[in-house]
Design a binder for this molecule. Structure first.
Ligand SMILES: Cc1cc2nc3c(=O)[nH]c(=O)nc-3n(C[C@H](O)[C@H](O)[C@H](O)COP(=O)(O)OP(=O)(O)OC[C@H]3O[C@@H](n4cnc5c(N)ncnc54)[C@H](O)[C@@H]3O)c2cc1C
Length: 376
């Protein structure tokens, strides 16, 4: 099912959570995609390493109960039960998500180990080609020509951009729709030995707003700490994120930076024969920077859209109607909340007011928990 006259039906570029989920679901639906990845695994990805309830429930949908049970018994997984929003004045609002049916509803898992684990469970039918760094993308007629940095050529009828924040495929979609590039927040993270906090802590305070500083438990004796904020706030505060983080946490190691493409507006995600998923599509949560959940979801939904249309009808299919619109529809409530809070988080006084409100009326935190994929 993968090849048609020597040309691949679907090629996915990038084996992060988005690309893996898309390849996984396509294989389940009888299409046999080729997955191209520039690195060889295990490879790291700069991240806060937090896996939300949404991530865990999507993994369960992909691979069933055994997959989730397998993940949660891995030594690199550290379960968490609380997420704390902390204001400049030290006001703390706690969202709790206790284990359900014996499973945690949130955890921290270093990406170095998590992505490798995920990849190792891919079903038969997915062909992975590592060390293929895409450099050039061209379309001639209905065929895409993908050339690697070493000159290797792969041809396909449909190309999926799952190659993250510096995607080579995304500019094709933006140019086609005459769009500017999506907003990307610079972020830096590092690891710290010591007693971990009991919750995922997000510090919403100056000078990071509407970004934040985080302290996450990353094991029994380790923390993942980091900071992410808009470029404008960075310039105003004249901050060097690495230097700033090292100043607060002098013992920090493995300090690395990466961009978070935050979803501040609904954007077209396809052109004929091409679609974007995950960070390449700019789908990270604008408030928390969480992007693994939407990476998995968009990968799964794109695979389902592709499988719905007979292969012969692909050239004429309206992928915006089949994939982009239903995806944004599914995310509508969640994005409405996170974009609203992101706007609130521009000003410190508003952050204080909303956290004061939420600490007094805790029932109002229920929708927030649902957006994290937490079941009551
Ligand atoms: C500092 C920081 C902290 C974060 N914290 C969290 C968090 O705690 N929880 C959370 O849910 N999200 C977090 N995020 C966001 C999360 O990391 C991303 O949203 C998520 O990794 C997106 O997955 P993806 O598969 O779309 O992209 P990626 O994970 O970036 O995967 C892209 C893949 O494509 C490959 N690739 C790239 N270019 C090419 C090329 N030219 N050819 C071939 N392959 C290529 C890469 O090697 C990589 O394997 C954080 C992000 C940052 C920067």
């Amino acid at each position: 099912m993968g090849l048609e006259n020597g040309v691949e039906r679907v090629v996915i570029v990038g084996a992060g959570p988005a690309g893996i989920a898309c390849a996984w679901r396509l294989a389940q639906l009888g299409l046999e995609p080729l997955l191209l990845e520039k690195e060889t695994f295990p490879r790291d990805k700069v991240c806060g390493d937090a896996l939300s309830g949404k991530v865990l429930s999507l993994l369960r949908k992909l691979g069933g109960e055994p997959l989730l049970a397998d993940l949660l018994q891995q030594p690199f997984v550290y379960p968490v039960e609380h997420l704390d929003f902390i204001s400049g004045k030290g006001r703390r609002v706690r969202l709790s998500f206790p284990p359900r049916h014996g499973y945690p509803q949130g955890c921290v898992a270093p990406r170095y180990a998590f992505d490798t684990w995920l990849l190792s469970h891919l079903p038969a039918g997915v062909r992975l080609r590592s060390s293929f760094e895409l450099r050039k993308v061209e379309r001639r007629g209905q065929i895409w020509y993908l050339t690697s940095t070493t000159g290797e050529l792969v041809k396909t009828y449909f190309v999926v951009g799952a190659d993250g924040v510096s995607s080579r495929i995304a500019p094709i979609v933006w140019d086609y729709h005459r769009l500017s590039r999506p907003i990307v927040y610079p972020a830096v993270r590092g690891y710290l030995e010591g007693k971990p906090p009991e919750s995922l802590e997000l510090y919403f305070r100056k000078p990071y707003l509407p970004g934040y500083l985080w302290r996450f438990p990353a094991g029994k004796h380790q923390l993942n700490v980091g900071v992410g904020l808009p470029t404008s706030a960075l310039k105003n505060a004249r901050l060097s994120l690495r230097a700033h983080l090292r100043e607060i946490f002098p013992q920090l190691h493995s300090v690395q930076g990466h961009g978070i493409p935050v979803s501040l507006e609904n954007r077209p995600l396809t052109t004929p024969g091409c679609a974007l998923i995950g960070d390449a599509a700019g789908l990270a949560d604008p408030l928390t920077g969480e992007g693994i959940g939407n990476a998995l979801l968009s990968g799964i939904r794109l695979a389902e859209a592709l499988a719905k249309v007979p292969f012969g009808d692909w050239p004429l299919a309206d992928w915006e109607a089949l994939y982009t619109k239903p995806l944004y529809n599914e995310l509508r409530r969640e994005l409405r909340i996170t974009r609203f809070f992101h706007r609130i988080a521009q000003k410190e006084a508003r952050v204080e007011a909303i956290l004061s409100f939420l600490s007094r009326f805790s029932y109002a935190t229920k929708p927030l928990l649902r957006w994290y994929g937490v079941k009551g």
